[in-house]
Design a protein around this ligand. Structure first.
Ligand SMILES: CC(C)(COP(=O)(O)OP(=O)(O)OC[C@H]1O[C@@H](n2cnc3c(N)ncnc32)[C@H](O)[C@@H]1OP(=O)(O)O)[C@@H](O)C(=O)NCCC(=O)NCCS
Length: 144
């Protein structure tokens, strides 16, 4: 539904983007590839923080629905929420909406990230719930 309003209070819409000319397609609206790049980066950061591992890679994305478009100058925001912690993987849900109108732009039900070891093999992460703190920051990212 193109006029769907996002009222999902379970998702924190942390990252905001300003739609610029270089993000547009030939139709003059937001290019899907730009949006997917932003989402994948946002999901990678979320997975690193949740899994406590820098080596977290995208394994799977479910159906992606571009619900409505955005135009140059629009302010949009992206939200993610972990929905499942497996042994080596975690699954999240993603949503993008217009920051002002809250009209939904994109929804992805399942994005799966896998935690890898130094040999690129899946490794158990040991977590089963979301952290809202910075207690799992990988040591490689910590500075004295
Ligand atoms: C990530 C990778 C090492 C996983 O290898 P694999 O042989 O599938 O590993 P496993 O079968 O042990 O599965 C690992 C986890 O992924 C999950 N998984 C595997 N295939 C999946 C799929 N199609 N959909 C959802 N989850 C899947 C498994 O359930 C498992 O999770 P769990 O341990 O929490 O139960 C390998 O697929 C890979 O290197 N892929 C490329 C990743 C990448 O480079 N991404 C960046 C974009 S190119």
């Amino acid at each position: 539904m193109a006029d769907e309003i996002s009222r999902d209070e379970n998702i924190n819409f942390r990252t905001r983007k300003w739609v610029r000319p270089e993000d547009l397609n030939a139709n003059g609206t937001l290019f899907g590839g730009s949006l997917l790049r932003w989402i994948d980066e946002e999901a990678a950061i979320y997975a690193i923080i949740q899994l406590g591992n820098n080596r977290a890679v995208t394994k799977y994305m479910s159906e992606i629905e571009f619900v409505s478009s955005a135009e140059q100058g629009d302010l949009i925001e992206m939200g993610l929420k972990a929905t499942h912690f497996g042994r080596t993987s975690m699954t999240m849900r993603a949503e993008v909406r217009n920051m002002i109108t809250r009209q939904r732009i994109l929804a992805i039900e399942r994005i799966v990230f896998v935690s890898l070891d130094e040999n690129g093999k899946p490794t158990p992460h040991g977590y089963d719930c979301i952290t809202y703190d910075r207690d799992r920051i990988p040591t490689e990212l910590q500075r004295d």
